[in-house]
Design a protein around this ligand. Structure first.
Ligand code: MN3
Length: 200
């Protein structure tokens, strides 16, 4: 079964003014669609074609650039759209809030660590909040379309929140002001979804 570009749960303009409509249209309709099509082309007729995206990521041969870049792009963006919502922002609650307090000291300390990881990722990449084996939370970042599920990436665990810091994610609205984009991202984080990811 080929992978399909997931539909957004909200209209392209729903995250305005934090994430602008044009960026959402191009990012989802062109970039994510492109990764999806190229991933399908890369696995067609191979023994990877019946794997789930998670299996594909965790068993990846990192020297396979086509699957690494396009499979990563498919997985990363599929997570990214879900962890944003026009009803997002605010603070996590429940067991996730407790785990953040336990592992970072406070929500503000977590936010600082996550924002710093996102701001200091040199060039293109992602920052993540991950759950390690045993349940501990960790913040880290990866270059390009790598993600923590991939073998040997210096960033482990299962991502439950991620921010895309490629310029295509923010340049139309924020130009070189990546920190402003990161601050805006927190106004649309869908903490209910992050909690669901954490529970899983
Ligand atoms: Mn992107």
């Amino acid at each position: 079964m080929p992978f399909e570009l997931p539909q957004l749960d909200y209209p392209h303009d729903a995250l305005e003014p934090h994430i602008d409509q044009k960026t959402m249209e191009i990012h989802h309709g062109k970039h994510h669609a492109g990764y999806t099509a190229k991933l399908n082309a890369a696995i067609e007729g191979t023994d990877h074609s019946d794997k789930s995206i998670n299996e594909l990521m965790s068993s990846l041969d990192m020297s396979n650039g086509a699957i690494r870049n396009n499979g990563g792009g498919f997985y990363n963006h599929s997570l990214f759209w879900k962890v944003m919502s026009p009803n997002g922002g605010g603070l996590p609650s429940g067991s996730l809030a407790n785990a953040i307090d336990r592992d970072f000291g406070s929500f503000d300390s977590f936010k600082d660590a996550f924002s710093k990881a996102a701001a200091t990722q040199f060039g293109s990449g992602w920052a993540w909040l991950c759950v390690l084996d045993g349940g501990k939370l960790e913040v880290c970042s990866t270059p390009n379309q790598d993600n923590p599920l991939m073998p040997g990436v210096a960033c482990g665990g299962t991502p439950i929140l991620g921010i895309d810091v490629w310029e295509h994610a923010y340049y139309l609205n924020y130009q070189n002001r990546r920190p402003d984009y990161i601050e805006a991202f927190f106004k649309v984080v869908n903490w209910d979804q992050v909690q669901e990811n954490y529970d899983q």
